[in-house]
Design a protein around this ligand. Structure first.
Ligand code: HSO
Ligand code: ZN
Length: 424
């Protein structure tokens, strides 16, 4: 792999690195049609799309019982790993549940905020080679922790739906599981059909069709984010072991040929050592072909900065989904970066820890949206509302402010609703 100096990057290359595209633009129209058809024709449309896209004839969309059976039949070892991961994810997300609060900013004016869980949520679980049991846990567990009553999972139909993914649905506490995939699944969850109850929020990663469908239904239901391919940026100095840095880059590269995998450092020898390690380790990986494609794409590379300041600025512009920070003053570096979905600090903190088991969520903002958005959390399933109670004295203090503004807006009845409470 070549090491590229940040100062030598062309504008085109910088754009490819910093303006990563989700790639849903060109399929938006086709997806809109699928969504509309399901909205209109319900189960008939779902059956037709399952025939067309998944090549299966579906009688019953509901496979909830299969998830229970899968949970009971998978290897004990795998079941235990699922339970351990789920417990850690649950514990971390329980810390996110907000408590209702109130204040009295002045005498007789009590104001507060109350938090309500949404009634229902839909979690999309991709199929095929992207069937990740871990992603099911990341979607369903926070919903349940938030207090969502009804959590449904949709996953593409298959001769045998991945049993570990199905088991994870049950372990996480999913209330219903439907064998429906792609854009049609998102439409079914958003609008409901004869067989599928509509939900308030749809979360979870999917392919471009799923993502485009989430963009389509957004507004009618809440969605978490428009997720793109996985990303990692490593920010390291000469104190880091190149073997570890390369392993971090390669790990996320195996997700997707379009993954964005980047190593940045201000140390020239370290940069070269990381690049060499990537070349050395890649042939040994099972998913070597995907890794190579990811390393070769325009959102990836090994980059040399003039200074740690320039490396930090590069990372801030890239705004990666995951950042791996390992340097002499790594905790200081963590304080200097802000644009990332989830940070992994120090030698013994692989991104894989958060991908699976440490407890943080792995559904994270990609494509640079870490500048404006956060990863999946309990917040996605919660709706805050405000309340207040004023005493006579409290309202008296505000009386003139309210009536002055109401009259300025020409809304005399608003002013009167205040005045009517006073005798003078
Ligand atoms: N790194 C992926 C999540 C994942 N990794 C699932 C392994 N399984 C996107 O954040
Ligand atoms: Zn991963």
């Amino acid at each position: 792999m070549d090491v590229q100096s940040i100062s030598d990057l062309s504008d085109r290359r910088r754009r490819a690195l910093f303006e990563r595209d989700s790639g849903i633009g060109e399929i938006r129209e086709d997806v809109a049609e699928i969504v509309e058809t399901v909205h209109h024709d319900g189960d008939d449309a779902l059956r037709e799309f399952s025939r067309r896209f998944d090549d299966v004839e579906i009688e019953d969309f509901d496979v909830t019982e299969q998830a229970v059976a899968a949970y009971e039949s998978i290897d004990d070892e795998v079941r235990e790993a699922i339970e351990t991961a789920a417990a850690n994810i649950r514990a971390f997300h329980e810390r996110q549940v907000p408590e209702d609060w109130s204040v009295e900013p002045s005498e007789g004016r009590e104001l507060g905020r109350k938090y309500y869980p949404l009634d229902s949520a839909g979690v999309y679980a991709p199929g095929g080679t992207a069937a990740y049991p871990s992603s099911v846990l990341m979607g369903v567990v926070p919903a349940k922790v938030a207090g969502v009553e009804h959590v449904a999972v949709a996953t593409p139909p298959a001769e045998e739906i991945n049993p570990v993914t199905m088991a994870a649905m049950h372990a996480a506490g999913a209330d219903a599981v439907y064998q429906i995939g792609g854009a049609q699944a998102i439409a079914a969850l958003a609008y409901g059909t004869e067989s599928v109850d509509p939900v308030d929020v749809i979360v979870g990663p999917g392919n471009r069709w799923v993502t485009a469908a989430k963009a389509e239904v957004r507004g009618d239901v809440r969605i978490d984010m428009l997720a793109g391919p996985s990303e990692v940026l490593t920010l390291t100095d000469a104190s880091a072991d190149p073997e570890i840095v390369a392993a971090e880059v390669i790990a996320q590269a195996e997700h997707d040929p379009n993954a964005g995998v980047v190593a940045v450092t201000p140390d020239a020898d370290h940069a070269q050592a990381v690049a060499d390690e990537i070349d050395r380790q890649t042939p040994a990986r099972e998913r070597e072909d995907i890794v190579r494609e990811a390393l070769d794409n325009d959102a990836s590379g090994v980059f040399l900065a003039d200074s740690m300041d320039e490396a930090v600025a590069f990372s801030e512009d890239y705004a990666p989904e995951h950042i791996f920070v390992h340097a002499e003053s790594e905790r200081d570096l963590l304080d200097r970066i802000t644009n990332y979905g989830s940070a992994f600090v120090g030698e013994f903190t692989p991104v894989a820890a958060g991908d699976y088991a440490s407890g943080t969520n792995h559904v994270l903002p990609t494509g640079g949206s870490a500048k404006i958005a956060s990863g999946l959390s309990v917040d996605d399933f919660i709706r805050p509302a405000t309340y207040q109670q004023l005493s006579e004295e409290g309202l008296g203090t505000l009386r003139e402010t309210i009536t002055t503004l109401a009259n300025a807006e020409g809304l005399e009845a608003h002013a009167q609703s205040v005045e009517t409470r006073f005798d003078d």
